[in-house]
Design a protein around this ligand. Structure first.
Ligand SMILES: Nc1ncnc2c1ncn2[C@@H]1O[C@H](COP(=O)(O)OP(=O)(O)O)[C@@H](O)[C@H]1O
Ligand SMILES: [Mg+2]
Length: 241
């Protein structure tokens, strides 16, 4: 089992008056689905980049242990809020193959993984299409599939559904939950609905952890209000979880 630990990580943007991320501890392991809820500006994207190894914290450390993957790849993937930042290739299929080429997977295994993922994510019919021509929902699904084929130990998601309509939101949520069977997930979001089926919910406020518990505990309307997060529609508390 792999573990991803954030130990006392802090980050201050140069010239800003206070830290964007302030002394955060998070423990994640394979198969755990953790949602981090925070309002705009609370530090989610900064923390996501730190967790994914894209931004070095000013202090504290990020420790990844137990990943039995390919040399040259950390095993941590990140789904960006805006899929346009993630999709860079000329076709959906090339997008899925790209990361696997980079880690030097043998072509036979690469092609079979790509084919399987195209089917599983219902992208086969648009495999040759340019990502530029797709709807936002299909772009986000393509970005998610391109991470799934890598079989990451951990996946960090930064507001993965905020551009999507209800149909695509439901679809992406379903796929993300499926991935939590084999990967540890850390999902940053402003939408409390994304947290309903999480194993653990954390609340972020002004760069600090301000809440932690089960969905039944943290999704209480008054606790969400303290985080600056909209309540879950028709929330009935623990019974629903
Ligand atoms: N590139 C940057 N330079 C300076 N300040 C930034 C930069 N990016 C974000 N911030 C500030 O850091 C804080 C956290 O931002 P961010 O991590 O983007 O939060 P969130 O993703 O929750 O909206 C905010 O106060 C934001 O204004
Ligand atoms: Mg953000």
């Amino acid at each position: 089992m792999a573990r991803l630990e954030l130990n006392h990580v802090s980050y201050n943007y140069p010239g800003s008056p206070g830290p964007a991320v302030d002394d955060i501890n998070i423990n994640l392991e394979t198969g755990r689905f953790v949602v981090l809820l925070g309002a705009n500006g609370s530090g989610k994207s900064t923390l996501a980049r730190i967790a994914a190894g894209l931004l070095k914290p000013d202090s504290g450390e990020v420790i990844l242990t137990g990943f039995q993957g390919h040399p040259g790849w950390s095993g941590v993937g990140m789904l960006f809020q805006n899929p346009d930042e993630q999709l860079l290739k000329h076709s959906v299929e090339a997008e899925l193959a790209w990361g696997l080429e980079n880690i030097g997977l043998p072509p036979g295994e690469m092609h079979s993984r790509v084919r399987e993922a195209l089917e599983e994510y219902e992208l086969s019919d648009i495999a040759d299409n340019s990502p530029d021509t797709l709807s936002d929902g299909m772009k986000q699904l393509t970005a998610l599939a391109s991470l799934a084929v890598m079989r990451p130990a951990f996946l960090v998601l930064d507001e993965a559904t905020s551009f999507l309509d209800p149909y695509w939101t439901a679809k992406v949520r379903r796929k993300v939950r499926q991935m939590s069977g084999t990967a540890g997930l850390l999902w940053m979001t402003t939408d409390a609905e994304d947290a309903v089926e999480a194993d653990r919910v954390l609340g972020l406020k002004n760069g600090r952890l301000a809440a932690e518990g089960t969905p039944g505990e943290v999704l209480q309307p008054e606790r969400l209000e303290a985080l600056g997060i909209e309540p879950v529609a028709d929330w009935v508390g623990d019974d629903e979880v």
